[in-house]
Design a binder for this molecule. Structure first.
Ligand SMILES: Cc1ncc(COP(=O)(O)O)c(C=O)c1O
Length: 374
């Protein structure tokens, strides 16, 4: 790829080792994993190896991992699976106001089946997300809570262990969309006290079109796709063997340690921006505990989308919001929900880094920004 890629929260480049692991399953090892002869057995073994690799990266049991067709599908499976398994019980779902549309729209759709959704507003408290609105919303009527581990646009982290404690007290289940956090920060679903976790391969240098849902052992979920017995009867259909193998390889290589240098690079980028542009830039939520790779920068009084187009022409790729919505030029609903004015949200650009970025990338981006803004 030519240019400087700073949009790793949208998607990441497949690592050479991941591609290498996938290739045989796109070529000679093309067997159906459900066939009983050698070619099938080979494909089945590869899927199970990947399940172990993904499970190991999460520190959970392999039998608790269900592969899905995307992170979006993992979120759908979590919410719909729990709701349809509990049609006669509690009917309240609680989500944070910053959830990705994969969670928000699914929760909203469950309204057709008698479920009601409460969106917990974002409240900041001394550089972190306040627990209080969550404690208020989650009660004995709550069936399921879904709160992301980290926000895709700003990188801020949610207080999951505290939310989990509260859920336990009232008997509510807790799902977390950890699609941006997985592989970037230490993340242990069992230690946190979660019941379900969604992850996605293409956000951690694996292929697109494959995700996974971790479900705590013993938790009953209805299937989303019906037919054959694949994926523990949760997702019928012949498996995406190459994609799953790629996910396994990416998970085996995922290491939050690699993100220490990414966080240094991000901090340097932000410090240089402030030094060069002074009050003309603001770093959104800079004082919060954040993902190491994410920087949400507000260019005061500017239209972020116009800046993005100029950056694109200069060979720097970033984005203005979540990837699913950045093709439309509407203003980020998340940033508005976080208290930014429409003007502030419109001027915000997300830069998201990866271990592939160098100091040179950052220096060049800064030079380009200076040229574009002066
Ligand atoms: C927080 C979050 N959840 C869900 C998704 C959707 O994942 P996928 O693209 O694998 O469907 C994304 C992707 O942008 C995301 O950032």
């Amino acid at each position: 790829m030519s240019g400087i890629y700073l949009d790793n929260n949208a998607t990441t480049e497949i690592l050479p080792e991941v591609r290498q692991a996938m290739l045989p399953f796109l070529e000679s090892a093309f067997g159906n994993p459900n066939s009983i002869y050698e070619l099938g057995v080979q494909a089945r073994a590869a899927i199970e190896r990947s399940r172990h690799q993904v499970a190991q990266a999460l520190g959970v049991g392999a039998s608790e991992i269900t592969f899905t067709g995307s992170g979006t599908e993992a979120d759908n499976q979590a919410l719909l699976g729990v709701a349809f398994a509990n049609l006669t019980g509690r009917k309240k779902i609680v989500i944070s106001a910053l959830e990705h549309s994969a969670v928000k729209e699914t929760a909203k759709w469950l309204g057709k089946f008698g479920f009601s959704t409460v969106e917990v507003p974002f409240v900041a408290e001394q550089g972190r997300v306040s627990l209080a609105p969550f404690s208020q919303a989650i009660d004995e009527e709550t069936l399921l809570v879904s709160v992301m581990a980290a926000h895709n646009e700003t990188g801020i982290l949610f207080p999951l262990p505290e939310i989990a404690q509260h859920c336990k007290k009232v008997g509510a289940l807790l799902h977390s969309d950890a699609i941006q956090a997985f592989g970037k920060i230490a993340f242990s679903p069992e230690q946190i006290g979660l019941d379900m976790v969604s992850i996605s391969a293409h956000k951690c240098h694996g292929p697109k079109g494959v995700g996974a849902l971790w479900v705590r052992r013993g938790l009953k979920l209805e299937a989303l796709v019906h037919g054959g017995p694949q994926e523990n009867q949760r997702r019928a259909g012949t498996e995406n063997v190459a994609g799953i193998v790629g996910f396994g390889a990416a998970a085996a290589l995922a290491n939050p340690e690699k993100y220490k240098t990414v966080s240094d690079l991000r901090d340097r980028f932000e410090a240089e921006l402030l030094a060069r542009f002074g009050k003309r830039v603001m770093i959104n939520f800079q004082d919060f505990a954040r993902l190491p790779q994410t920087s949400s920068v507000q260019f005061v009084g500017m239209d972020g989308n116009i800046l993005l187009i100029k950056l694109d022409r200069a060979g720097v790729f970033a984005s203005s919001g979540s990837a699913c919505h950045s093709r439309s030029l509407s203003v980020s609903k998340s940033l508005l929900a976080m208290g930014l004015t429409e003007k502030e949200a419109r001027g915000s650009v997300r830069f998201s880094l990866s271990p592939a970025n160098s100091t040179g990338d950052i220096d060049q981006t800064l030079q380009i920004l200076v040229r574009l803004l002066t």
